[in-house]
Design a protein around this ligand. Structure first.
Ligand code: DQA
Length: 138
C-alpha cells in the first residue's frame, strides 16, 4: 500500500514556525515516527510552497497511490485549482490540519478543498496525519 503525504506552504517550517500553534517537532522527525508505526505501508512525503507544484504532485500520483493525506496550509482556504485537482484524481484524499482551524480566525473556517475530499481532520496536532492514514489503511 502506498500513501502520499503532501504539505503545502510554510509547513517546511514546522518546529520553527509559531511553535505555540504548530508545536516544536519538524515534519521530518515526525515522519520517522509515522513510518515506524506503519511498517507495511510505503509513506512518501512531499512539501512545496508553490501551488502549481502541489497540483503537479496530485496529478502525478493521484491515479496510482492508495491514498493521499494533504495539509495544503493557507491554500486550503483559497485554492480552487487544488480543489479541482483533488476532484480530478481517483485516489482518495484526506484533508488534515495541525491546528483546530475552527478556533482560529474566521478566514480559516472555510475550506475550498473539503468538498472534494473523503474527509477532514483538524486540531489534533501532528497526530492529525496519523489519524488520516488510519482511515486510509482501515
Ligand atoms: C494549517 C492551518 C492553516 O489555516 C494555515 O494556513 C497553515 C496550517 C494547519 O495545519 O493547522 O498553514 O493548515
Amino acid at each position: 500500500m502506498k500513501i502520499q503525504i503532501i504539505n503545502g506552504p510554510n509547513l517546511n517550517l514546522l518546529g520553527v514556525r509559531e511553535k505555540s500553534i504548530y508545536g516544536d517537532t519538524s515534519f521530518e522527525g515526525y515522519l520517522e515516527q509515522l513510518r515506524a508505526r506503519f511498517l507495511t505501508i510505503e509513506i512518501e512525503y512531499y512539501q512545496s510552497n508553490v501551488e502549481g507544484e502541489i497540483i503537479n504532485k496530485l496529478h502525478e500520483i493521484g491515479f496510482s497511490y492508495d491514498g493521499i493525506v494533504i495539509n495544503a496550509g493557507a491554500y486550503t482556504h483559497t485554492s480552487i485549482a487544488i480543489a479541482d485537482a483533488i476532484a480530478a484524481i481517483n485516489t482518495p484524499v484526506i484533508e488534515v490540519h495541525i491546528s483546530n482551524v475552527y478556533k482560529r480566525e474566521e478566514f480559516r473556517h472555510h475550506s475550498m478543498l473539503a468538498a472534494s475530499c473523503k474527509g477532514v481532520i483538524a486540531g489534533f496536532g501532528m497526530d492529525s496525519y496519523r489519524l488520516g492514514i488510519e482511515n486510509l489503511v482501515g
